[in-house]
Write a protein that binds this ligand. Structure first.
Ligand code: CP3
Length: 344
């Protein structure tokens, strides 16, 4: 498995010639075959909890583009949903999660029931099915949102209001800490279940880590993620990729303090800074997903810059954030070809 070889720093000289590639949100609305299954499944959550359809859409981008990894089709908001909060996805309006705003709202969370939830079993069944049908040379990625990012959807009303979230972190610190502690413990349970079901790699998405300043970043991003990573490391040797999107200079503090095996960098991270990070761990990233909407010469230029800077050392090619639904399929084919044929 070329992706695992890179993550485990496996010194195989032949495999080291190649850069593994997969794309965040690779299963999704830019694919006609996804849109077809999505229509059949009913709601987005129905699709997430339908093991055979979730597995089918997980495998679609592998069949089409031959990526080196499949990421299980699900969502970071599954954890609050399993905890008993209502979660809805309204097209064009983003997700809506039932709010926790006061101490007594914490009693809405069904913590004791979480571990044995039928919903976790369904996600695990999708992982098992996918692992059975996925080529042995491909890695299967399980994932969860990091507690801070999941909490931002729980504490703020329907639209993401970061002033509100930052204010909450400063002025409702105790309540936020309790919520984050619950999410941390349940996320550990959820990830262990995914590993038992066949996940070869785990990715932690912290999409909104970048809105916090240093103290709060340490309290609500670094500390809980550290706990998750160390508990998973005690449980298994499955490699973990951290994605503290938008962390800027705080990426350094993140990699120094959280023992992830790899860090996914967003498209704001300068390549020289990424090279520095690469001295201590594997880097994944970081093409701006908007480049994928352009013509092939721009894709070549931007991908070439990234490959020249990072492909000599331990590197996984990815986007700096999820693929956009307007992305032309032929551009994805072009990208995979270009990365595969890159001569180190
Ligand atoms: O990467 C993959 O292919 C695996 C599946 C995956 C989804 N969401 C599927 C999805 C993963 C890894 C996620 C993670 C996720 N979900 C994140 C972290 C990554 C990031 O993008 O920052 C976040 C913040 C969410 C929350 C979420 N879920 C948002 C903001 C949305 C978009 C809402 C919209 O309508 O555009 C979702 C819904 C969602 N999750 C879709 C998919 C394919 C679109 C729903 C649909 O098909 O109708």
């Amino acid at each position: 498995m070329i992706l695992l070889d890179v993550l485990n720093k496996n010194p195989d000289p032949i495999e080291k010639q190649k850069t593994p590639i997969w794309l965040m949100r690779q299963a999704g609305r830019y694919l006609p075959e996804y849109r077809e299954v999505r229509k059949r499944a009913g709601s987005f959550l129905d699709l997430c909890y339908n093991p055979s359809l979730a597995s089918e859409v997980t495998l679609q981008p592998i069949r089409r583009f031959d990526f080196d990894a499949a990421i299980i089709f699900s969502d970071i908001l599954i954890v609050p949903h399993i905890l008993g909060l209502s979660v809805t996805f309204v097209e064009g309006d983003g997700p809506k999660v039932e709010t926790i705003y006061e101490d007594h709202d914490l009693s809405k969370l069904k913590v004791k029931e979480f571990k044995d939830s039928d919903k976790i079993k369904r996600v695990c069944e999708a992982l098992e099915l996918t692992r059975q049908n996925l080529d042995k040379t491909k890695a299967l990625i399980g994932f969860a949102g990091s507690p801070w990012t999941v909490a931002t959807y729980i504490i703020s009303e329907k639209k993401h209001n970061f002033e509100f979230c930052r204010n909450f972190a400063l002025n409702k610190r105790k309540l936020l800490s309790k919520l984050i502690e619950i999410l941390t413990q349940q996320t550990i349970i959820y990830l262990k279940a995914q590993i038992d079901a066949g996940a070869d790699v785990i990715q932690l998405f912290d999409s909104w880590s970048g809105v916090l300043s240093e103290d709060e970043f340490e309290a609500f991003v670094i500390n809980p993620t550290k706990i998750i990573v160390s508990e998973i490391k005690k449980y298994s040797n499955v490699p973990i990729i951290g994605f503290p999107k938008g962390a800027g200079i705080l990426y350094k503090k993140y990699v120094e303090n959280v023992s992830v095996d790899a860090v996914s960098i967003d498209y704001f991270v300068p390549l020289n800074f990424a090279k520095e990070i690469q001295n201590s761990l594997v880097v994944q990233g970081n093409l701006d997903p908007l480049v994928m909407l352009s013509d092939k010469s721009l894709i070549e230029e931007k991908v070439g810059r990234i490959m020249s800077a990072l492909s000599e050392k331990d590197f996984i090619f990815n986007l700096g954030h999820g693929i956009i639904k307007e992305t032309p399929i032929e551009n994805v084919e072009f990208l995979v070809d270009y990365v595969r044929n890159w001569k180190k």
